[in-house]
Design a binder for this molecule. Structure first.
Ligand code: AMP
Ligand code: MG
Length: 487
């Protein structure tokens, strides 16, 4: 363990120089206070929750103090937003404070979001509101607990600094951790501004620091791109299987590491709805739940375009061609496990598709369905679950197919089946209404609900005594909350 003032910095990205980022000091927020901290994320920096309670912690992560070895910088990038190219974005309200090397030798970016204006702020105030900071914090840590690759969040610091959105709100900062903050849009920026040397430097930097195993391949750039394709296929498999809707899959929000990144109006599905659009500004449904897979592929093509100076178009096409089959394999594998299936059969894809069609008619809570299926012997669980379906006969027929299918595998004891299924089917999911309740309390200065929700979601597969409220279906008011894009 380390003290907060003993962190080791090694600012590799900053050393790339001013073409890649601009030095900017954080602009402090007033009367900073710790809203919530993640013990698991702090451990990545060899810190503990006791460190988070110290005044110094709140001071550094609200922009009042800085380590001598930090080198705070706003990174430049561009990106395709809702399909259209924006030539220059960049960190308009977040700063890479520096890279910390932990005791295990890993580098972690400290990115302080909401740290004030930068040369990339355009018309923005450089701030993040408490509401969106809490949402980013909760989602990062909840996704991680589900086993979904994601940037992490170490803490949220609130303040009395006013911020104007649709109404007056207060500014906050969230400390985001990731092993890199390079985005697809970082490559696009140097490609479209015709800076081939810089583009090459960026690629070599990412290769050396994040894909070093690719350097041993005949074509390191191609090997890296293939890895990126594979990681995104796996990520999308997880998102779709767990019902996670990102909401703003612009290429500037796509991490070069293939992790979930830059949280906005995201949502986990409550009732299953493949057409669900979580961002109420997304009028055309570009980022609807069912569009996430083709959009991820589209984004990979946008990245591929920026890599054409280094990789042949043919090889890039071939690599992108790996995406869908790989995605499908990951998705099917996880969905099988969610249904309690222990081996693969040809017709499984159809069995899953039929289930989703039945759910699509309405009334079925997506994640709870799988959890409940594991609660009792399959035949009993099906009898309990059928009442939620609109097409009950259709569901009964599906249930027969499932039982037949289960009959073709060694089930083990009921206890084993239950454990196997519960290990992949969360009981607690970050539902929008739960986040909303926690945010409303936090806006009144009561952080206990955010902390409790974070705690519950950090072991989502394990039933926790006294926490039944968090495992419930949402009340009617909580089902169709409009999550504002403003943040
Ligand atoms: P996001 O929607 O958070 O992914 O942001 C898209 C772009 O807008 C990025 O370049 C952000 O840095 C910038 N941005 C978003 N909100 C603000 C803000 N309040 N002030 C300055 N820049 C912002
Ligand atoms: Mg973004």
């Amino acid at each position: 363990m380390k003290a907060l003032d003993e962190l080791d910095f090694d600012n590799r990205f900053a050393r790339l120089g001013d073409a890649f980022s601009t030095q900017v000091l954080p602009e402090p927020i007033d009367e900073p206070r710790l809203v919530v901290a993640s013990e698991a994320a702090l451990a990545l920096l060899d810190l503990t929750c006791a460190d988070a309670e110290a005044p110094l912690f709140t001071e550094v992560f609200s922009g009042h103090k800085l380590w001598a070895d930090a080198d705070p910088r706003a990174m430049v990038y561009s990106g395709h937003q809702f399909g259209g190219y924006t030539p220059r974005l960049g960190d308009g309200r977040g700063l890479l404070l520096g890279e910390v090397v932990n005791d295990a030798g890993q580098h972690w970016d400290l990115h302080l979001k909401g740290a004030g204006q930068t040369p990339y702020s355009r018309m923005g105030d450089g701030r993040a509101v408490l509401r969106s900071s809490i949402r980013e914090f909760l989602a990062s840590e909840a996704l991680h607990a589900l086993g979904i690759p994601t940037s992490r969040a170490a803490c949220v610091i609130g303040s009395s600094t006013p911020v104007w959105r649709e109404r007056k709100e207060s500014a906050a900062m969230v400390l985001r951790l990731a092993q890199s903050h390079v985005r697809f849009g970082s490559f696009e920026y140097f490609y479209y501004t015709k800076q081939p040397e810089r583009l090459k430097e960026l690629g070599e930097y990412v290769l050396a620091n994040h894909y070093p195993h690719c350097l041993e391949q005949d074509e390191p750039w191609l090997a890296m791109f293939r890895d990126i394709v594979e990681r995104n296929a796996e990520l999308l498999g997880l998102w779709q299987a767990y019902g996670f809707c990102h909401g703003v899959m612009n290429t500037d929000n796509m991490s070069i590491l293939g992790i979930t990144f830059d949280f906005g109006p995201y949502a986990f599905l409550d009732d299953f709805d493949q057409h669900f659009i979580c961002n109420h500004s997304d009028h055309e449904g570009r980022y609807a739940f069912s569009n996430q897979v083709p959009i991820a592929q589209w984004n990979l093509s946008a990245l591929a375009q920026a890599l054409t100076p280094f990789i042949s178009v043919e090889a890039l096409r071939e690599a992108i061609g790996l995406f869908l089959p790989l995605y499908q394999a990951h998705y099917l594998d996880l969905m099988r496990r969610r249904l309690g299936l222990t081996h693969a059969e040809e017709q499984d894809a159809e069995l899953i598709a039929r289930l989703l069609q039945l759910m699509q008619m309405g009334g079925v809570d997506y994640n709870l369905f799988f959890r409940r299926l594991g609660d009792q012997p399959a035949a009993d669980a099906l009898r309990t679950l059928r009442d939620d379906f609109i097409d009950i006969r259709g569901f009964d027929a599906w249930g027969e197919s499932l039982l037949e299918r289960l009959g073709r595998q060694a089930e083990g004891t009921e206890q084993q089946r239950r454990e196997r299924m519960h290990a992949v089917n969360p009981l607690y999911v970050l539902r929008n209404y739960l986040a909303q309740k926690a945010i409303e309390a936090a806006e009144q200065g009561d952080y206990s609900e955010v902390r409790q929700l974070h705690r519950v979601l950090s072991t989502p597969f394990t039933e926790q005594p006294g926490m039944a409220e968090y495992a419930k279906r949402p009340p009617d008011w909580g089902k169709h909350l409009e999550i504002s894009c403003s943040s």
